[in-house]
Write a protein that binds this ligand. Structure first.
Ligand SMILES: N[C@@H](CCC(=O)N[C@@H](CS)C(=O)NCC(=O)O)C(=O)O
Length: 231
């Protein structure tokens, strides 16, 4: 039995991909052992068999699945006897909405914070490719994007208001214990954590206390991840 997670890696083992973090948390939640294979933006040969060009990709003993959401639903279906990620069909439907909200709304605020940080923490082979592709994607230089960092931190604080209000009444987004909706948002907060020195949450923010609890899960798995605050 082999289980391999192909994931994005920067320099010095920095892993800042929000989507890969969601899958890392999901595998840990299910208690499944896995090997990690790093991938560079400029060399995707290891995931050629997945029929697409993005990570995460999970190879679960020959069953190859791409896309963090599809991997989560695959794991839930394949390993129903292990701790549930969704708590049933209704929870899965609600988690999909959280997934879309984080991707479409929260990521817009995280980009000026995390993308310039990611640039400074890339594998050196990836820097030219990243600058060209991201500047085309955002229609501005990485430096101009970085200029919007403080405003983005302020917007993020407002965007996360529903999360804050939820965490004022329960310890995790999923209730008394963490599950996939928590991993979706936490995966995205690992993005700036791993590659930026921007402090995105106030000390007394309930989301900060939740983030601390999330970092401690699975014997401090996320807390132990390399961070290179070079941006
Ligand atoms: N919807 C996908 C998004 C995956 C994705 O965009 N991954 C990034 C790494 S963070 C990637 O592979 N990017 C390659 C590129 O931008 O060309 C998921 O949830 O897994």
């Amino acid at each position: 039995m082999t289980r391999i997670l192909y994931e994005l890696a920067g320099r010095d083992q920095v892993r800042f991909s929000p989507y890969c973090w969601r899958t890392l948390f999901a595998l840990k939640h299910k208690g499944l052992a896995f090997d990690r294979v790093p991938m560079k933006f400029t060399d995707r040969s290891t995931i050629a068999d997945s029929g697409q060009d993005r990570v995460p990709v999970l190879d679960d003993d020959g069953v190859v699945t791409a896309d963090s959401w599809r991997i989560a639903t695959y794991l839930e279906e394949k390993y129903p006897e292990r701790p549930t990620l969704f708590g049933g069909a209704i929870g899965q439907g609600t988690a999909l909405m959280i997934n879309k909200w984080v991707d479409l709304v929260v990521h817009a605020d995280l980009r000026p914070i995390a993308v310039p940080g990611a640039f400074k923490n890339l594998d050196p082979d990836d820097t030219d490719w990243f600058r060209v592709s991201r500047e085309a994607m955002f229609g501005m230089t990485l430096e101009a994007l970085a200029d919007g960092r403080d405003a983005a931190v302020e917007r993020l604080g407002a965007t996360l208001a529903p999360v804050r209000a939820t965490l004022e009444t329960q310890p995790y987004l999923c209730g008394d214990a963490p599950a996939y909706a928590d991993y979706i948002l936490m995966g995205s907060l690992m993005w700036p954590r791993c590659c930026s020195d921007a402090e995105i949450l106030a000390e007394d923010d309930p989301i900060n206390a939740w983030r601390t609890r999330m970092l401690a899960l699975f014997d401090g798995f996320a807390a132990a991840a390399p961070t290179h605050a070079a941006a």
